[in-house]
Each structure stands twice: as structure tokens, then as C-alpha cells.
Write a protein that binds this ligand. Structure first.
Ligand SMILES: [Fe+2]
Ligand SMILES: [Fe+2]
Length: 187
């Protein structure tokens, strides 16, 4: 079911946010974080949500608007939230590159920008699970879910989409392994 897989994706996203937070705490205590890990997390967030997660949520939200406009209005502008998440991520990418190219950036500024991204992503996920998903489960009819599923698979060859999913899984596993190694080195 679409909502189950969206929830599962949130769990995956949370793991990467935790990795980023972990590296940020290394930075905050004045040590050098593992920038390979940091960059890999940023790259993941640059590709995955827009390629995969947001199109599904947007399709569900569109149906919710039709079935229960009041519930949809209560949730607000989901697309705008996704765009501002992407903007926050761009600031993260920029500030990390600034640090790596030895441009003068205040430690506090780096911390503020990365923390802002992590906090907003977590808040967004919490809102979706508290308000959006239950409202959709309540309002959408079986034919809505069937339509969403068929639109999503229409856009992509199902095999292609499976490959894409596996690819993202592999990237995530790779990042988590790198993080484990970084943590082991620091211990
Ligand atoms: Fe979302
Ligand atoms: Fe989401």
C-alpha cells in the first residue's frame, strides 16, 4: 500500500538525518566530520525526494483535495513545503562546500543551516504522519488508490522503478556503512 511505503521511506529518511546529525555533532565539538558521509547524505536528499517520494505524496494530496478539501486545507501547501525543503538543502550543500573550499564561514552559521534542515525535515515528516496520511486513509476511496498506483507506474516502466528503488536502497546502505566506519575510527 502506498501509505505504508511512504511511511517506510520516512524511516529511511530519518536514518540519514540521524547520520547527518551525528556528523554535525562531530563538527560542533571542533573535530573534522567525515565529509564523504556528509556529501553522500546531501546527494541522496538532492535526488531521492523529488525523484521518488514527493511525486507519490503529491498524487495522494491531489486526491485528498478532491475528496476532503477541508482536510487538505488544514494540511496546507504540501508542494510549497517540499520546495522549501529543497531550498534548505541547497543552503546545506552550499555551506558545506564553503567549508571545504576554506572560505571563511562561522562555525555557528554552519551549525544553524544544517540544523535548520534537519529540524524542518523531521517536522515535515511528523506532520505528514500525524495529519496528512490519516486524512488520506480516511478520505480516499479504493479507486483513488488504484488510480494513484497506476499513474505512478504509468510514468515509469515498473522494472525501471524497481531498479531505481534498489539503487536507492544500495546508496543508503552504503552511507550507513560509511558512517559506521567513521564512528569506529573516531572511537
Ligand atoms: Fe512530504
Ligand atoms: Fe514525506
Amino acid at each position: 500500500m502506498i501509505i505504508d511505503s511512504l511511511r517506510q521511506e520516512h524511516r529511511n529518511i530519518e536514518k540519514l538525518l540521524l547520520v547527518l546529525e551525528q556528523e554535525l555533532s562531530v563538527f560542533d565539538r571542533g573535530e573534522r566530520p567525515d565529509y564523504e558521509v556528509v556529501r553522500a547524505v546531501i546527494s541522496y536528499f538532492e535526488v531521492y525526494p523529488d525523484a521518488y517520494h514527493h511525486p507519490q505524496e503529491d498524487a495522494v494530496f491531489k486526491k485528498l483535495k478532491a475528496r476532503d478539501p477541508a482536510a487538505a486545507a488544514n494540511i496546507g501547501d504540501l508542494a510549497a513545503e517540499h520546495r522549501s525543503g529543497a531550498e534548505r538543502l541547497r543552503r546545506v550543500a552550499q555551506v558545506v562546500e564553503s567549508v571545504l573550499t576554506d572560505r571563511e564561514v562561522l562555525r555557528q552559521t554552519v551549525d544553524d543551516i544544517i540544523r535548520d534542515f534537519i529540524v524542518h525535515e523531521r517536522r515535515h515528516i511528523a506532520m505528514e504522519e500525524r495529519d496528512f496520511f490519516p486524512a488520506a486513509v480516511k478520505a480516499l476511496q479504493p479507486q483513488d488508490w488504484a488510480e494513484i498506483a497506476s499513474t505512478l507506474t504509468d510514468q515509469k516502466d515498473p522494472l525501471f522503478s524497481e531498479i531505481v528503488e534498489e539503487r536507492f536502497d544500495a546508496v543508503r546502505r552504503h552511507i550507513l556503512r560509511l558512517e559506521q566506519e567513521a564512528e569506529a575510527d573516531r572511537a
